[in-house]
Design a protein around this ligand. Sequence first.
Ligand code: SAM
Length: 232
Amino acid sequence: MVLSMETGVLSVVATPIGNMEDITLRALRVLGDADYVLCEDTRVTGKLLKHHGIEATPKRYDAHASVSVHEAIIEDLQGGKHIALVSDAGTPGVSDPGVLLVARVLHETSDVRVETIPGPSAVTAAFSIAGISGNQFTFLGFVPHKKGRHTFFARVAESELPVIFYESPHRIMKTLQALVDADVGKTVSIARELTKLHEEVVQGSAAEVLAYFEANSDKVRGEFVVLIGDTV
Ligand code: SAM
């Protein structure tokens, strides 16, 4: 007699980075079908689910999830459950929680399928409207807060490939000043509030972009992607 084992599935689902409509049909179906949805903030994901009329159970899962939380999730997957993983915005695992869970499932289970439900990510969205030449770039995640800043900006200045990184509104001015100091010598693009009402791309030398935000301090808010590389 052959026993058929239920195979658990972990769906890693990309969600909007601002505009609620930026979600795939497949993502909506998977979020509705899953036994539960792991998310960073149940209020953020609850809003998305409600917007799309999806009845699902969001459960908190963040970068600080304990060993026992991971074990419970893996047990559920091994028991045949279908779990969806989302982050607050964009693609889980891209400067967001998810990597540890995915790695544990891949390494510790043999009968659980990990699938991607691709969609928005701020890094690709920003690159797509920056007009930067070349088919390659280096993505550096977030700028280090303290240790490693000098090396970070030296690496940006020396890079042969276009460089993209994330920055918060509280630190963007300091980062623009650091780009001026590092003498990057290439075009700096700031992609701000992508897919939202105040979406804009500001381009120029590091000094020009810094001057723009100094003169428009009301725009030093929201979410930022920084791109350094010559435009076509
Ligand atoms: N997982 C996400 C992704 O795939 O893009 C990134 C999450 S990371 C915690 C958040 C950072 O992404 C923000 O600080 C900002 O740098 C960038 N970001 C997210 N949404 C954005 C948007 N709508 N416009 C510009 N940058 C955004």
